[in-house]
Design a protein around this ligand. Structure first.
Ligand code: HEM
Length: 289
């Protein structure tokens, strides 16, 4: 559900199109996009590296499906671009906002602290404004613990778990490692988020407090080269701040209204794709408060 929600929202921002994946819509574009991402990621998993090139040349199996999915995605994008050009030539443009969901690790103590913080922010409102649904930008900025809880979730479960870049020219990495022209350089954010040399002995523990100033309780950002979930350097994610606003807003609004219970014994099967996904979703018991 969270994935379908994220997809609807990113499409609203990028294309001003609602693929209607929520509540349980069916959209050829969404399926084609998902297939294209999964099949491209699958190219890295062949026992014989580069075998996909032969399948591609012969237009067989997964490569044929990938070609069809990409054609559908391109066709969709071309139609959107054409219609936007027409709209712009007629002098009308539309603007929209993006939301993006994330998975919050289920821990009753964390959930309680989030609720306390959200309630405290709401309580600071003027009396006549107390019941207004949602939170404005300033209120979201005051939610340091929510910010820390989300950041900590993405340290352990980065939405982009592995990232590959291709060196255009020969180069040398800061630690002296030589990289040849045309080489692929990959980093594994999922592994980095769990490494003791990077995060200390409690690297695998979900501990939002590690992001908070002990005295002030305010969020303390870390170097993007260490906390790599949004990439780092000149190509760092451009939507990071927007993503936080939306994730915080959703976490605050959902936890204000509902109690969520995840079966601690359930181990979701993670899928290797361009983004970190769970094969069968995450069953959650939801109770109105
Ligand atoms: C939790 C949410 C998000 C995560 C974890 C995330 C992560 C990333 C990562 C790792 C990259 C680098 C990809 C690469 O260079 O290979 C990236 C790039 C980018 N992201 Fe995000 N992203 C998120 C949300 C968003 C949102 C909401 C937007 C748009 C509003 C966005 C816009 C972009 C753009 C435009 C780039 C390309 C930047 C460039 O290459 O110069 N992202 N993101």
């Amino acid at each position: 559900m969270l994935e379908r929600y994220a997809f609807d929202n990113i499409c609203r921002v990028a294309f001003d199109h609602d693929p209607g994946q929520l509540p349980d819509g069916d959209d050829g574009f969404a399926d084609a996009f998902r297939d294209a991402a999964n099949l491209s990621a699958g190219r890295f998993q062949y026992a014989v590296p580069g075998f996909w090139m032969i399948k591609k040349a012969l237009n067989l199996g997964s490569e044929r499906r990938l070609r069809e999915s990409i054609a559908m995605v391109h066709g969709f994008a071309d139609r959107i671009i054409r219609s936007r050009r027409e709209e712009m030539s007629m002098g009308c443009e539309k603007h929209d906002l993006l939301s993006r969901f994330m998975l919050l690790s289920s821990r009753p103590d964390v959930e309680r602290r989030i609720r306390d913080e959200v309630a405290a922010v709401r309580a600071r409102r003027a009396v006549g404004d107390l019941g207004r649904p949602g939170f404005d930008l300033d209120e979201l900025r005051e939610m340091h613990y929510v910010h820390a809880a989300i950041t900590e979730s993405m340290r352990l479960y980065p939405p982009v778990p592995v990232n590959f870049l291709r060196a255009e020219a020969a180069d040398v990495l800061p630690d002296g490692t030589a990289v040849g022209a045309g080489w692929f350089v990959a980093y594994n954010s999922y592994a980095m988020g769990r490494m003791e040399p990077v995060w200390g002995e409690d690297a695998r523990a979900y501990r939002p407090e590690r992001w908070l100033d002990p005295a002030e309780g305010t969020f303390q950002p870390d170097s993007p080269f260490r906390y790599i979930a949004f990439h780092a350097g000149p190509r760092i994610c451009l939507g990071k701040e927007m993503a936080y606003i939306q994730m915080k807003s959703i976490v605050a609004c959902v936890l204000e209204e509902f109690e969520l219970a995840v079966d601690g014994a359930y181990r979701p099967r993670q899928v290797t794709s361009l983004t970190l996904r769970m094969a069968d979703g995450l069953p959650v018991r939801v109770k109105a408060r």
